[in-house]
Design a protein around this ligand. Structure first.
Ligand code: V1S
Ligand code: CA
Ligand code: ZN
Length: 406
């Protein structure tokens, strides 16, 4: 299959459980776990599984999640479903976590910033607990492989949920698998570097380690003054002056690179390579966690950058060159076909393979191979308006998207 080979001198592992694909955040919600189906089919279609050790993820345990998250929050997440939400909200120890209501809130919020109202950032949906505990389990198993030296690069595209707080869901993120992973890595590694190329600020990870000099967080993100609608780009934090908690030993161990909309490949590459290399030099980490949110690509439904898959992948290659144990995680990414292209390309880079331009059409799944439910909002997104995907053939993946009746 396309002459896919295992990398020489190092090992890559891939951690995944396809049960995450069946999840639906809601009709209008931009987060589509189905992008992971598309990614998986590209990875398998190109034969990249022959270049890695592939593991089926198992759900994380509640106690593992309590290493960072509040115990009541973990209980709530493990018990909640659309049918049980209202009853659980009334239990005093959960009710105590209900945020105060703002007058112009359109969405009614329950405890821990969770909601069953349509349009909520963190909805309670069918199978949610399964989804959360599985993506976390995949990250923790990937971390274990790095810690034991059985992998040099470990990949979990279903993880990378950087906004979740200790006792609050935020921005489509419920469990912060990144924080949990770094806490494990700190048992062995003196210094862990976290790099975040999602278009959003990695606020949850930064906050968790704001007093910790053994973890350096470095986020590249869209940040700037209010837009035409009077809103700040989510989550509204990550100014350049934000450098870790002042007056604590964690001061200077957070770095933020605020970026205006429309940044192109050349500009991004200059920022990323100069800042990342000097950070690695100065901080001297013994391992790296790289959150590869694909909403920093041009044409993303939520993102506002204009970078190509080639440049996004170059960030992964650049970090890989330092030859430190590396955890590659997913994150945002809302134009599914581009997310899949990017993460498949990055799986190839991780395993030192080059992919042909043509999409392997023989793996295109038949519509009936899917659950039969309509995925997403049923419409195809406009083709790349700001994007020049000169490294991928246009049209082919769209054809595939049409065939699977999305
Ligand atoms: N941008 C954006 C955006 N779009 C939505 C949204 C749209 C439709 C829905 F049915 C539900 C939600 N929410 C947002 C952002 C959150 C972005 C999260 C990015 C996550 C990540 O990529 O970094 C990692 C996975 N939320 C907001 O802008 C907040 C609101 C300010 C507006 C939306 N309402 C629902 C809450 C308040
Ligand atoms: Ca970021
Ligand atoms: Zn994002």
């Amino acid at each position: 299959e396309n002459n896919i080979t295992r990398p020489r001198g190092y090992k890559v592992s891939f951690h995944y459980n396809s049960r995450v694909e069946d999840m639906h955040f809601g009709k209008t919600h931009p987060m589509k776990p189905w992008r992971l189906t598309l990614t998986k089919h590209l990875v398998l279609g190109f034969g990249l599984h022959h270049a890695m050790d592939t593991y089926q993820a198992v759900a994380a345990g509640k106690d593992q999640i309590r290493a960072f998250h509040d115990s009541d929050y973990v209980d709530f997440l493990s018990e909640v479903a659309p049918e049980t939400f209202e009853e659980l909200c009334k239990i005093p120890r959960f009710y105590a976590h209900t945020p105060p209501r703002h007058e112009n809130d359109t969405v009614e919020l329950g405890p821990f910033n969770l909601s069953t109202s349509p349009g909520a950032d963190c909805p309670v949906f069918d199978g949610m607990s399964t989804y959360l505990f599985l993506y976390t389990g995949a990250t923790l198993h990937a971390t274990q492989k790095l810690l034991t030296g059985q992998s040099d690069i470990a990949i979990n595209w279903s993880g990378g949920l950087h906004h979740a707080h200790k006792s609050e869901a935020s921005g489509f993120c419920y469990i912060n698998d990144i924080v949990l992973s770094i806490l494990d890595l700190l048992r062995v590694h003196a210094r862990v570097l976290y790099i975040d190329i999602d278009v959003h600020h990695g606020d949850g990870v930064e906050e968790a380690f704001q007093r910790q000099p053994r973890v350096m967080t470095l986020s590249y993100h869209r940040y700037g003054p209010y837009d035409e609608t009077g809103h700040k780009f989510f989550p509204g934090t990550g100014d350049i002056s934000d450098i870790g908690l002042r007056g604590t030993v964690g001061e200077h161990f957070a770095l933020n690179v605020p970026i205006p909309s429309g940044i192109d490949d050349r500009q991004y590459s200059y920022l990323f390579e100069s800042i990342t290399s000097r950070t690695i030099e100065a901080f001297n980490p013994s391992c790296i966690v790289l959150q590869c949110g694909a909403d920093s690509l041009g044409g993303d439904r939520l993102g506002q950058f204009n970078i190509n898959i080639k440049q996004h992948g170059d960030c992964v290659s650049f970090v890989k060159k330092f030859r430190l144990p590396l955890l590659l995680l997913g994150g945002g990414g809302y134009t599914a076909r581009n997310v899949a292209r990017a993460w498949c390309h990055e799986t190839a880079l991780a395993t030192n393979n080059t992919l042909p331009d043509a999409i392997p059409m023989h793996i295109v799944p038949r519509p009936e191979a899917f659950s039969g439910r309509v995925h997403g909002d049923g419409k195809l997104y406009p083709s790349f308006q700001r994007l020049h995907l000169n490294d991928c053939k246009d049209g082919e993946l769209e054809a595939m998207v049409k065939q699977v009746d999305w």
